[in-house]
Design a protein around this ligand. Structure first.
Ligand code: WQD
Length: 338
């Protein structure tokens, strides 16, 4: 079975490629390397001992993208290609809508034009409305997103849902990711970004003194310790959830949605304390004002994925803190040459 990984050289994509290759799927990676380094390709090959096709194309180029579908017999598409910073999307909404929506449309058109009928879409907890009760289920209210990133995922889900209605022989699965954390236990691949905006890599930058302190965006939320609560899911559990979704697609057509999280909420202060304890490092903090676009609490129910995909997260927040520190220490310069 051939799986096209759109955005396959990124943090999720690289871990997805390893998991697919280790499960004997054939993989095609398409990525413009805007948010990743070529070195990650060597690491995927080193970890799996397997080769795969790589296209260094921009997914916004629909002609180039169609070439890949014409040249290869593709069975599944996993759409991981998107800009993903909540804070950045507030500052640059047009970039987020143009990029995230056009890539979704380009992929669906290439699939339709070439008879490919299975897609897994990397959606997000950010599609849920802020006023929902916790835990978030797949039936919780969506929309009224607090940031353009969340809206772009909401709109992409709607595009896929409408396409699914017109193409009943397609299988469309939207996986709503919660907050990603951790790294492959080998320490060979991990989350690497020149200028990270999300919490886990920023904690690593403080732990290695690239930053003097961690800015905590608000300690006055209505939570136990005043900091925001999120559902941090280990990247290894997340990619295993995609394998379960592919197996589900082998037997099911239509449109489906599943939360991929742990079902547990962890505050910013709790995550920092866990990281400090597990790795015996100090993370200096500086309390700042709230970040626009943030919501106080977000964690999910994982009952549906458990019942239908027979999947649940196995790793704990402690494993993630340890694995991300191993990645950091093995790769002090990320994927840059040391
Ligand atoms: C988490 C918490 C910040 C940085 C993420 C992904 C997004 C999506 C949803 C998948 C918030 C606080 C952060 C810092 C801080 N995932 N924080 N200081 O906004 O929940 O979104 O999950 O689709 O792609 O980014 O993640 O890590 O930015 O923030 O205090 O320097 O950490 O305020 O409460 P977020 P995040």
């Amino acid at each position: 079975m051939v799986v096209l990984l759109a955005g396959g050289a990124g943090f999720i994509g690289s871990h997805m490629a390893v998991e697919l290759l280790n499960n004997n799927y054939d993989v095609i990676i398409v990525d413009n390397f805007q948010n990743s380094k070529k070195e990650v390709i060597n690491r995927i090959k080193k970890l799996t001992g397997k080769d795969f096709l790589l296209y260094e194309y921009d997914l916004l180029d629909s002609l180039k993208l169609n070439e890949i579908f014409v040249s290869n017999k593709i069975d599944y598409v996993i759409h991981l290609a998107a800009l993903k910073s909540v804070g950045e999307s507030v500052l640059n909404p047009m970039l987020y809508y143009r990029t995230n929506l056009n890539i979704t449309i380009n992929l669906c058109e290439a699939m339709k034009n070439n008879g490919v009928k299975n897609i897994i879409f990397s959606s997000s907890a950010c599609v849920y409305s802020e006023k929902n009760q916790m835990p978030l289920t797949e039936d919780s209210e969506i929309g009224n997103c607090s940031n353009p990133y969340g809206w772009s995922k909401f709109m992409s889900e709607q595009i896929l849902k409408d396409i699914s209605v017109q193409n009943p022989d397609w299988s469309v699965v939207c996986l709503r990711y919660f907050n990603l954390i951790g790294a492959d236990e080998s320490g060979e691949i991990g989350e690497y970004s020149e200028n990270p905006k999300n919490l886990p890599p920023i904690i690593l930058n403080v732990a290695t003194s690239k930053l003097d302190f961690l800015k905590v965006f608000g300690n006055d939320y209505e939570t136990l310790d005043g900091s925001c609560i999120r559902d941090y899911i280990h990247i290894t559990d997340l990619v295993k959830g995609h394998i379960s979704a592919i197996k589900y697609q082998e037997k099911h057509k239509g449109f489906d949605i599943f939360n991929l999280g742990t079902g547990k909420g962890t505050s910013v202060f709790e995550l920092v304390e866990t990281f400090e304890k597990i790795n015996n490092v100090k993370i200096p903090l500086k309390i700042e004002s709230r970040r626009e676009g943030d919501i106080a609490i977000s964690y999910c129910s994982v009952q549906k994925a458990n019942d239908i995909l027979n999947w649940k997260a196995e790793k704990m927040i402690e494993d993630a803190c340890s694995d991300m520190w191993i990645w950091q220490n093995k790769n002090p310069f990320g994927y840059n040459k040391n």
